[in-house]
Design a protein. Structure first.
Length: 466
């Protein structure tokens, strides 16, 4: 029987464990925080739960445009202690569900930390385990998966104190919502929290070091969301680099490179993540580690050392729970001799949980504009969609990319409420090599937002641009 040791119990680790157990391997998962790791306990699950509460507030506040009278404008508000308690309760429940699933599959889950031990002869790898309860011990394994995740980046002159200067993992301990919140960092995490807190009625200032929010996302989509932020009262400081964050008597102040100072009751630092690879003895074991401390892996999750695999945020490949989980599954399929398809990032859909949401899959606008990928595109604003009109959606669009000659669907962008659901048909088309003709001939429900997808496909059918 193969012996598998997995260091880290987040999506990469626990999904890998379930696959390995299904293939009759002897599996041990060593996790420091709890089943599901930081993703479930402090990152993805908590943040999306918080966003769900803010979405309800947004619905009420926009009700009058739909003929729903809100007689007391201030009657709808987030109860911070109740929301934070729900966030923590659901995170713990999800963690417990994962632990139960692992136990049912026969996986041993160890609460503690682990590192690679001394290099062993042959095809065996030693892992040193330090459980929270009990004495340290060693495990010998034929395969080791490093799935240790990442943690919030800390800047030297902006160190979180958990009270006024916070990371995204600490916001749920606040006794009440911030009065004036400054968010440093306008990437995906910063934008999501800015959107949620704005909806909750908080005075939000978003500090962006670039000329627009979410600089790595589709520029048209990012522009729509930034315009929505501004129209709803958010202050967005573009090309503004924060150099320091200081505590004050009753809050904090953000110092910018141009000398400007921005006062706040609280500051949320959202300046990226750092892989949890320090102290694992990777370099000593001969494992290649790239810039920033990320574990170097190939498309089947292998490191340069036979029998050692890597998956999830610690690899720096694409920081999505869905990608981490697939990396972990692929690692185990490959290690245990199953047929496996190497990871294809171009078929991975991603979503930003702002209001409205931003979802993407496949090639980007930049890929097409620069000629790296030959392609045609069409963009249809949702203002022309009947279902969007009924729901008073005032912003958003559907964008579709296809090959110029064959009409093969190669990507798309959706900006809309629940874009995370609407991107799936495009992802299916990309994954299964469908053409715009095939998408166009698929009957969509009327009225529906998905009708814009089939309409976009009709406008991209081959005979229309040959």
């Amino acid at each position: 029987m193969s012996r598998i040791v997995i260091i880290g119990g987040g999506p990469a680790g626990y999904e890998a464990a379930l696959v390995a157990a299904q293939l009759d391997a002897d599996v041990t998962v060593v996790e420091a925080e709890g089943a599901g790791g930081a993703c479930v306990l402090s990152d993805c699950v908590p943040s999306k739960t918080f966003i769900a509460s803010s979405d309800v507030v947004t619905t009420f506040h926009h009700g009058e445009s739909l003929g729903v009278r809100v007689t007391a404008p201030d009657a709808v508000a987030l109860d911070a202690p109740a929301v934070h308690a729900r966030v923590k309760r659901l995170a713990l429940a999800q963690s417990a569900d994962i632990a139960a699933k692992l136990a049912k599959a026969g996986v041993e889950l160890v609460h503690g930390r682990a590192t690679l031990g001394a290099d062993m002869l042959g095809h065996t790898h030693r892992v040193e385990v330090e459980p929270v309860d009990g004495a340290p011990y060693a495990l010998d394994a034929s395969t080791v998966l490093i799935a240790t995740g990442a943690h919030p980046r800390i800047l030297p002159d902006a160190r979180p104190d958990g009270v006024r200067i916070l990371t995204w993992r600490e916001v749920y301990d606040l006794p009440e919502l911030p009065e004036r919140l400054v968010i440093v960092g306008s990437g995906v995490t910063g934008a999501e929290f800015a959107s949620a807190y704005l909806a909750a009625g908080v005075d939000v200032t978003l500090v962006s070091s670039r000329d627009r929010v979410m600089p790595h996302e589709d520029p048209d989509a990012a522009a729509v969301i930034e315009n929505m932020f501004r129209s709803r009262g958010m202050t967005v400081l573009s090309n503004a680099r924060a150099t320091a964050v200081r505590r004050t008597e009753d809050g904090a102040v953000v110092e910018l490179a141009d000398g400007q100072r921005v006062d706040a009751s609280h500051v949320l630092m959202a300046v990226g993540s750092v892989p949890n690879t320090a102290g694992l003895n990777l370099a000593e074991y001969g494992i290649d580690v790239g810039p920033g401390g990320y574990v170097t892996v190939d498309r089947v999750s292998r490191t340069n050392v036979p029998g050692i695999y890597g998956a999830g945020d610690c690899t720096g490949l694409l920081a999505l729970a869905s990608v981490a989980a697939m990396q972990g599954r692929i690692a185990m399929w490959h290690a245990l001799g199953e047929a496996v398809t190497p990871l294809r990032l171009k078929t991975v859909s991603a979503n930003v949980f702002t209001d409205p949401e931003l979802a993407t899959v496949g090639v980007s606008q930049d890929d097409v504009d620069t000629g790296r990928v030959p392609g045609r595109s069409i963009t249809l604003p949702l203002t022309g969609n009947a279902r969007a009109k009924m729901a008073n959606m005032q912003a958003g669009f559907v964008k579709l990319f296809c090959r110029p000659a064959s009409g093969l669907v190669i990507g798309g962008v959706v900006v809309a409420p629940k874009a995370s659901e609407l991107i799936l048909p495009i992802a299916l088309a990309v994954e299964n090599h469908l053409t715009v003709d095939q998408l166009a001939h698929t009957i969509s429900i009327y009225p529906s937002l998905s009708g814009s997808l089939t309409e976009a496909a009709r406008q991209l059918m081959r005979h229309e641009f040959e």
